[in-house]
Design a protein around this ligand. Structure first.
Ligand code: IPM
Ligand code: MN
Length: 394
């Protein structure tokens, strides 16, 4: 199969590898918008608390965003909408049309988590997770940035050896609207039994836009990109590798290495500091980013930003709904609060404010603030952790 493609109108179109074609606002992604910190702004933020611990952690992120707005003179308005299991309970659908309409009209979206045992029946008509996939697709959010770093204060919270994780700082860029998550999927009764199909599909331009963004992000960091695939087995990975190699021609200053996903999984825990930017397929990125959370000490620490071609982005912690601890007020809100920092940086262009949240998190950790997942004997509650971070916000 070639890399030539046909346009949606049916006529031939130039291969996406032939030259610049992406309308994406790359400058914004690679280096945050420059902003005058004295300027004030109005922004509409949609909150999608979702299920499980979602409402608890988004509640803390909202308080932090409100404090930032007060401090800098911005006006943020918040509107809460339904998604996930709670949306199924209330409307029958995991992504009600009103939610999508509100999100499209917003400047940014802050999401908690979706899913839980209540909606896990394998024969159910729909699932909470479908709402999350539909909003990612519906808003064209194809790029999921998952920064992973080790915090000196939390080094003991990781089960890995100190010398392995010290100084670790990487960015996992997960493709978010294609691949195994969005290919054809069905069950079929056959004479020999039940047949079940999942499909890993990509268009070449979908690979190109995420890989190109990865090169741009790598250019703004240490200029080292690892493209992760399974090219020894999967056809889609062979094209992925081919596309990545061709895009490299436009980035002479960035080194590109290809790595198979299985050995990447091992290298993530044996030599994590050898990575800077990793770019990979949707499901590989889902799995590798949970693994990478071990480097930070807890899944509860990791933020993410899902971005598309415009400024609108969806910000969420990478952890799930944690139904086992939901409602107990013990979930770690840091991943969500750090996601709020990414929201300020990537959707609102408020770099100074974003950095002030990140600094407040570091200072709170340095002062000993810990939730239960971070291995403390005397842990703070979700709101206690939020307050500890607020207290360090300047
Ligand atoms: C994530 C989550 C989701 C995903 C689930 C809840 C659908 O695990 O954001 O990593 O698999 O993308
Ligand atoms: Mn996941």
């Amino acid at each position: 199969m070639g890399l030539e493609a046909t346009s949606e109108s049916g006529g031939p179109r130039k291969s996406p590898l032939a030259g610049p074609l992406l309308p994406i606002n790359r400058a914004r992604l690679a280096s945050p918008l420059k902003c005058d910190y004295r300027a004030t702004m109005k922004a509409k933020i949609v909150l999608l608390p979702g299920d499980g611990v979602g409402p608890e952690v988004t509640g803390q992120a909202r308080i932090v965003l409100e404090a930032v707005a007060r401090g800098a003179g911005h006006e943020f308005s918040f509107e809460t909408q339904l998604i996930g299991g709670i949306a199924i309970d209330e409307t029958g659908e995991p992504l009600p049309p009103d939610t999508l309409v509100a999100c499209k009209a917003a400047d940014a979206i802050m999401l908690g988590a979706v899913g839980g045992p209540k909606w896990d029946d394998p024969n159910a008509k729909t699932r909470p997770e479908k709402g999350l996939l539909a909003i990612r697709k519906g808003l064209g959010l194809f790029a999921n940035l998952r920064p992973v770093r080790s915090y000196p204060e939390l080094i003991d919270s990781s089960p890995l050896k100190l010398e392995r994780i010290q100084g670790c700082n990487m960015l996992i860029l997960r493709e978010l609207t294609g691949g195994l998550y969005f290919g054809k999927q069905y069950r079929e009764q056959t004479e020999r039994g039940l047949k079940v199909i999942d499909t890993l599909e990509y268009m070449d331009f979908e690979i190109e836009r995420i890989v190109r963004l990865a090169f741009e992000l790598a250019r703004g960091r240490t200029k080292k990109l690892t493209s992760v695939d399974k090219a020894n087995v999967l056809e889609s990975s062979r094209v992925w590798r081919q596309v990545a190699t061709q895009v490299k021609a436009d980035f002479a200053d960035v080194t590109l290495e290809h790595q198979l996903v299985d050995s990447c999984a091992m290298r993530l825990v044996t030599a994590p500091t050898s990575f800077d930017v990793i770019v990979t397929e949707n499901m590989f990125g889902d799995i590798l980013s949970d693994e990478a959370a071990v480097l930070t000490g807890s899944l509860g620490m990791l933020p993410s930003a899902s971005l598309g071609e415009g400024k609108l982005g969806l910000y969420e912690p990478i952890h799930g709904s944690a139904p086992d601890i939901a409602g107990k007020g013990i979930a770690n809100p840091v991943g969500t609060i750090l996601s709020a920092a990414l929201l300020l940086r990537h959707s609102l262009g408020l770099e100074a404010e974003a950095a002030s949240i990140e600094r407040a998190v570091e200072l709170a950790l340095a002062a000993g603030a810990r939730t239960k997942d971070l291995g403390s004997n005397n842990p703070l509650s979700t709101s206690g952790m939020g307050e500890a971070i607020l207290a360090k916000l300047n």
